[in-house]
Write a protein that binds this ligand. Structure first.
Ligand code: S3P
Length: 435
């Protein structure tokens, strides 16, 4: 459904939270169900992607009962999962497809993995290559979904250097490695989010990090209750809306503050954003706290390529913010953005230009020229945003409403539910959704 968004709300002291973290929600089921047992997950993200993971685990034989965003999980243990499942549909969810591939090979399950049109275009060789080296038996693989997994003879451990900095690839290899014989080592020259390592450790696994090398081995783990902190990537949209608004104070409570996920806050601070971080403690090996944000005047920054993996999901919204910061912002080496749910480089550049804002892509760098004046830009009338059904493009460009006189028309707001359940309610705190 289209969203028509106009203007912004001003002079507000907003206190809110956002739904549970997407990455931790996926892992709380894909890794949490490896041991046999019963446990609960609190604040599970009931987004479309995370609901897909629920369905996939149910198809494999796990009992999951949900009440709002609390799950009661009863797992037979990974070795008792159904061994022959006709189809597992990962829909739009890259994290489900990549992580479950490691589990399918490790648990020796025969199945066919499929996805929607977007997921069926995204690269899977980066996951399948190491899994095949470990002994995974993949049939007739052409680089993308659908993928047919046949029974294998058991996996052997691997020492593997990630060819692309990807937490999804790292996680697939670590999950398969945990289910293999021997010690699996993954080398990541550029760090990526480490929720897989943190959760395995929380459940009792022997997993170590030494420099850029992570090692894991099959070791006794048990089911444990898991609490999912609020998603910092979802929070980023509200934070950026508050920054670009007028005299807004925003508090986002109980947000995941994992170092690998809060780099975008450091970048916003370097741009001049007033953001306070109030640490509150640790839940299942992950730091949690509140973020207090004040509307701020911003300036452009240069972001080097090794930082990109730790802000990969926030680049669309940071690009919109950069368009209203003084001077130029450069994101170096963003080619990975082209193989996300849509070609996000194209989505960012094309949609910013539609709003008469300046963005270019050359030599893998994304360059935004800030349009910096007090108040709103002169863009009037309406600006139609093409999302290509990409949730982060839809939400990033809603933030334009904070600065433009124009009405923002998002061609498909529903896709925001892929990662941000009930997104409209949260965004409505900042902007006026019109019929
Ligand atoms: C994710 C890792 C990132 C991110 C995605 C979630 C994860 O992808 O873009 O939204 O949960 O591991 P890559 O690691 O493939 O870049």
């Amino acid at each position: 459904m289209k969203a028509v968004i106009k203007g912004c709300k001003a002079n507000f002291d907003i206190i809110t939270t956002v739904p549970g973290d997407k990455s931790i929600s996926h892992r709380s089921l894909i890794i949490g169900t490896i041991p046999k047992g019963v446990y609960t997950i609190e604040n599970y993200a009931m987004s479309e992607d995370c609901k897909t993971t629920i369905e996939v685990l149910k198809s494999l034989g796990v009992s999951i009962v949900s009440h709002e965003n609390k799950l009661l999980v009863n797992s037979p243990g990974v070795y008792e999962f159904h061994k022959d499942v006709e189809i597992l549909d990962c829909k739009n969810s890259g994290t489900t497809a990549r992580l479950i591939s490691g589990l399918i090979c490790g648990a020796n399950i025969k199945t066919k993995l499929i996805g929607d049109e977007s997921l069926s275009k995204r690269p899977m060789g980066r996951v399948i290559d190491p899994l095949e080296v470990m002994g995974g038996n993949i049939y007739d693989f052409k680089g993308t979904l659908p993928i047919r997994f046949e029974k294998n003879r058991g996996l052997t451990s691997i020492e593997y250097e990630l060819p692309v900095p990807s937490a999804q690839v790292k996680s697939a290899v670590l999950i398969a490695g945990f289910l293999s014989n021997g010690v699996t080592k993954v080398i990541e020259p550029i760090p990526t989010r480490d929720h897989t390592e943190n959760l395995f450790k929380f459940l009792g696994a022997r997993v170590e990090k030494c420099g850029d090398k992570i090692s894991i081995e099959n070791s006794p783990i048990i089911c444990k209750d898991i609490i999912v902190p609020a998603d910092p990537s979802s929070a980023s949209f509200l934070i950026c809306a508050a920054l670009l608004g007028h005299n807004i104070k925003l508090t986002v409570q109980n947000v995941l503050l994992n170092e690998s996920r809060k780099t975008y806050i450091d970048i916003l601070k370097a741009m001049g954003a007033s953001i306070e971080i109030v640490g509150k403690g640790i839940v299942n090996n992950e730091p949690v706290g509140d973020l207090v944000v004040y509307s701020s005047e911003l300036k452009g920054v240069k972001i080097e390529h090794h930082i990109i993996p730790s802000i990969i999901d926030e680049i669309p919204v940071l690009s919109v913010v950069a368009a209203f910061a003084a001077g130029e912002t450069v994101f170096q080496g963003v080619e990975e953005l082209k193989v996300k749910e849509s070609d996000r480089v194209e989505g960012i550049v094309k949609n910013l230009r539609k709003a008469n804002l300046k963005a270019t892509y050359s030599n893998n760098n994304l360059i935004i020229q800030g349009f910096h004046v007090e108040g709103e830009t002169s863009t009037e009338g309406s600006v139609s945003i093409e999302t290509n059904n990409d949730h982060r493009i839809a939400m990033a460009f809603a933030i334009l409403a904070m600065k433009l006189k124009a009405t923002i028309i998002i061609d498909n707001w529903d896709c925001s539910e892929i990662s941000f359940p009930d997104s409209k309610t949260y965004f409505s705190k900042f902007m006026n959704f019109m019929k």
